[in-house]
Design a protein around this ligand. Structure first.
Ligand code: NFS
Length: 664
């Protein structure tokens, strides 16, 4: 039975989204929100109890049916479904990484003249990890070998994925002992699909061991390479100021929205949008200029490096078009809803697919080729400009927030100590002292079945109040950006007293934007460096930290969760009872069994309150295990710039007393 239709206020916590959902309702345009209301999720599939791995099925294991036609048990079926999601998610991230390696190769060989090495320091760092010689060699020679070495990681003949050695030594030992070191990125994905084919691996725990290995190939392989290669080609991010939410769409300019995941084309669109000739062309059509903005992780990529504003997260792709102000939505790969095409048909908006891997019926396909990248980007921008005079009614909600993104792990280290003594030591010290209670990685998607941004907003607010530093990526990061939590000023308003002191001292927001979903690898790097810095144990599993995706929906999110668990983290997936809720045995393996084997555990928790409760409990448990003082907020908050106006009112000796106490 279909659920009742939710009101816009029940569908989203985002003011701009609510406004456009009201508009969609008024003009009878269907969106993911209304489709989620109309289509009831399959109760059997949602629990992981449907097996369609052969044509004797699909077998639905419900009621008295506890085995499929082949005899597969509930645990086997649920584990296989979960494992296949890991494989699909890992393949998406990794194939994205591979694409970037080819771009670097073409750039190094002079076949893609619009791309250059923007960060040679990072290139040299990659070279070190990948065993590429750098002495007395040109950047192009190093870049070519780094690209080839990166490509080798996908199909390596012997050994294991090279970046595993970036993990703490203790973690590497656990992987060795458990036999889950990925041998090559592609191999583990292929083996995962092979092992879950009819008649193969039929022991849930054993199937899930391979899921761990496959996911590690994503986190410490495909995704980490994708991040590094993007930084090499487009520059390692550092803070910039920008805006977030649909209010950044400009009523008087040509609006081009880039959507998807790869920075390769979107970086060229940024360049094209700054081209004086094209700006002049836009003016000739009556526009004031060109406004670029982004949706999903392409948005995060261009925001982090170029300061291109965020139009919104996953559930706002159709809503952006509903403003009537978008001339073109340029998409590449992943998280692009087919639903944008029928919405665009109601407007002058052109949907342009650009990846050789993605065509959408009804969209214009302009295939992107690296060797004439800028030329294609200019063609796309020109097409968008041509649509400007076709605009009809526009509803651009006046809703946007300021955002300061750009926290690469390199910049975090720099922020904490400058070039002279940059390190994570101040962060570790702040955690050890209890100013910062712990760290939460709050990441992942929106889900049309969960009130848009509600869980993100709730957990972020609660964690900040509790002096928990947030690191974020993907659509979760966009949610916090729109909430106004990603500015240094936000710390004064929403952070607890200890976290506020740290943010004030360092000048960082209390929620750090680390980039797109492949950039969760940056979070792995930060955690690995925290573990090796000292003072917080020797492994990622020792750190008072939790990972979560409160509104997740994609297979990529399942792969991320799994590699974080395999790296030692406690991970909570929110919003639903999860894809294996039909099997107590598999739930037990993902939590208890995985924790005993690898130190991390995975849980599915529906409610925000419970997500926060379990997270804080875990953080405090880890603090206790490290012998750190119990978290006590009342110890902090007596220093810092925020007290200046109050202090300046006092005579000098009283100022000293107020800051240091009477006995000093
Ligand atoms: Ni991540 Fe980024 Fe968003 Fe989810 Fe999709 S955009 S790769 S999968 S929906 S966070």
């Amino acid at each position: 039975m279909a659920k009742k239709e939710r009101t816009p206020e029940e569908s989203s916590r985002d003011e701009a989204a609510i406004r456009l959902l009201e508009h969609a309702c008024a003009i009878e345009v269907e969106t993911a929100f209304t489709r989620a209301d109309a289509i009831a999720a399959c109760n059997i599939g949602s629990q992981g109890l449907c097996c369609k791995n052969c044509s004797m099925g699909p077998c639905r294991l419900v009621g008295k049916t506890v085995r499929g036609v082949c005899g597969a048990t509930i645990a086997t079926v649920a584990a296989r479904n979960f494992a296949r999601a890991v494989a699909a998610g890992a393949s998406a991230h990794s194939d994205h990484g591979r694409g970037l390696a080819y771009t670097l190769l073409e750039a190094a060989e002079g076949k893609a003249p619009d791309y250059v090495v923007r960060d040679p320091v990072k290139l040299n760092e990659m070279a070190r990890y990948l065993g590429v010689k750098t002495a007395d060699r040109s950047i192009e020679e190093i870049a070519k070998d780094v690209a080839l070495a990166s490509l080798t990681e996908f199909g390596k003949v012997e050994g294991t994925v090279s970046y595993l050695k970036r993990a703490p030594v203790k973690r590497q030992k656990i992987w060795q002992e458990q036999g889950i070191e990925p041998r090559s990125i592609d191999r583990e994905i292929v083996e995962m699909l092979h092992r879950t084919h009819i008649g193969n691996d039929q022991d849930a725990e054993h199937i899930l061991d391979q899921a761990l290995r496959c996911a590690l190939g994503d986190g410490w392989g495909g995704s980490m390479l994708a991040t590094d290669l993007s930084d090499v080609l487009f520059g390692t991010p550092a803070p910039v100021r920008s805006g977030a939410n649909l209010g950044i769409l400009n009523n008087n300019k040509v609006n081009i929205v880039v959507h998807g995941h790869e920075p390769t084309l979107s970086e060229m669109i940024v360049a094209a949008s700054l081209d004086p000739e094209l700006i002049e062309y836009a003016r000739s059509k009556g526009a004031d200029g060109i406004q670029l903005s982004g949706i999903c992780c392409t948005a995060n990529e261009t925001l982090m490096r170029q300061g291109v504003p965020l139009a919104g997260n996953f559930l706002q792709q159709e809503l952006a078009i509903l403003t009537g102000a978008v001339e073109a939505m340029v998409v590449d790969i992943q998280c692009i809803m087919q639903g944008i095409v029928p919405v665009a048909e109601r407007y002058h908006t052109e949907i342009i697919t650009t990846s050789p891997k993605v065509k959408i019926t009804g969209a214009t396909h302009i295939e992107f080729e690296e060797h004439r990248a800028l030329e294609i980007a200019k063609e796309i921008v020109r097409r968008a400009i041509d649509h400007f005079p076709e605009r009809g009614e526009m509803i651009v909600p006046d809703v946007q927030a300021s955002v300061v993104p750009g926290f690469s792990h390199e910049y975090i280290t720099y922020a904490l100590g400058g070039f002279y003594r940059g390190s994570l030591r101040p962060l570790n010290d702040a955690i050890a002292a209890g100013r910062i209670r712990g760290v939460v990685a709050n990441i992942g998607c929106n889900n049309a079945r969960v009130c848009h941004d509600e869980l993100f907003r709730y957990v972020a607010t609660e964690f900040l109040k509790n002096d928990v530093l947030l690191v974020e990526t993907g659509c979760g990061a966009i949610a916090s950006a729109k909430q106004g939590y990603m500015t240094p000023e936000a710390a004064l308003e929403v952070a607890g007293p200890g976290l506020r002191e740290v943010c004030e001292t360092v000048g960082i927001p209390p929620v750090l934007h680390l980039g797109s979903c492949v950039d969760n690898s940056r979070i792995l790097t930060v955690l690995a460096q925290m573990a090796t810095e000292g003072g917080l144990g020797q492994d990622i599993a020792d750190i008072p930290a939790v990972g979560m995706a409160p509104e997740w929906m994609s297979e990529k999110a399942i792969s991320i969760a799994t590699y974080c668990v395999a790296s030692g983290a406690y991970v909570i997936m929110g919003g639903s009872t999860g894809p294996v809720s039909g099997s107590e045995e598999v739930l037990h393996i993902l939590s208890e069994v995985w924790e005993s084997k690898i130190g991390g555990r995975l849980e599915f928790v529906v409610e925000g309150e419970e997500i926060v409760r379990r997270s804080l409990e875990h953080i405090d448990k880890k603090r206790a295990a490290l012998g750190l003082p119990e978290y006590d907020a009342s110890k902090w908050g007596k220093s810092g710039d925020w007290r200046m106006p109050e202090l300046l009112e006092l005579p000098f000796e009283k100022q000293i007393e107020a800051v240091y106490g009477v006995n000093r």
